[in-house]
Design a protein around this ligand. Sequence first.
Ligand code: ADP
Ligand code: NA
Length: 350
Amino acid sequence: TIPERVFSGVQPTGNLHLGNYLGAIKKFVALQDSHDCVYCVVDLHAITVWQDPAELQRNIREVTAAFIASGIDPEKHIVFNQSQVAEHAELAWIFNCVARMGWLNRMTQFKEKAGKDREKASVGLFAYPTLMASDILTYRATHVPVGEDQKQHLELTRDIAQKFNNDYSARIADLGIGVPMQVGDENVNGYFPLTEPIIGGPAARVMSLRDGTKKMSKSDPSDLSRIVMTDDADAIAKKFRKAKTDPDALPSEVEGLEGRPEADNLVGLYAALCEATKADVLSEYGGQEFSRFKPALADLAVAKIGPIADEMNRLQGDPAEIDVILAKGADRARAIASKTLADVKEIVGF
Ligand code: ADP
Ligand code: NA
């Protein structure tokens, strides 16, 4: 069998927010005790939409700082920057030749990000999911902690792995480098694992503070829509105070959150921040008005992310130190990636 390994990435596109932290980074931290982990700053993904070069460079270091300030240990695990390991782009090309146009045409994130004028979107934005499959499968990762918005891309990753395994099954067996796998009712010799997403908990999909139907996002034009990791206590308090809610008090049961997306979101945030369930939060705050719950939520957020922001700022004061961490991480990542690519090239017939 293929040994368990965790891979995930975050784009260096600025405005790192509470959704990124609770939906992804906090889970990266938790998986370190049980798994070998590879955490990547995915700058090749970032440039699928325009990035100012100086800003991009700053944001690469910022995401790295956020990883480390949140508690990821770059000595025990691998922390690196995608563009420093050329194998990602190389495997992505091969996967572009495995994936079908129809599969990519179904991707909802592309439709959202490309907007109305799809003709003007970069080819990279369309092919994004094959690069993501490559990121994951370059390390033959078995598990990927992500927010719910990435579920469809993880399914595509499995589809690509499965088609590659099927198409090259005989060759993989000849080379003696595969593992027997059951695919449907066929037995194949697979090279790539069928990677499982790790999605869940009360913050798998954090919503905008201004609109409970939209996810919290880096690119929302409203600053009030998101808590940014580096917001100070006043900004956090203000954003929660101004967060959209309905006029009713909090319910005492989780069922009472149905049809109340803004209330559900704030309760979910509280729960995720203190590692509790929504039911736990409602047993404490059920029956209370938002005017009491919001300040409590703000205080909790400040207590949890304030120290991370301080450490991020400290680390970013020494960019050379961050660059050393990324260079060492890239060396370790490349050692795994080059082995995979050597195998894949043999499998394909290069
Ligand atoms: P964004 O989607 O904010 O542009 P990324 O694509 O870099 O950021 O995503 C980094 C991680 O954060 C991914 O695992 C993604 O699923 C997660 N994530 C992004 N937005 C949210 C959200 N609103 N709620 C929960 N997780 C999120
Ligand atoms: Na995303």
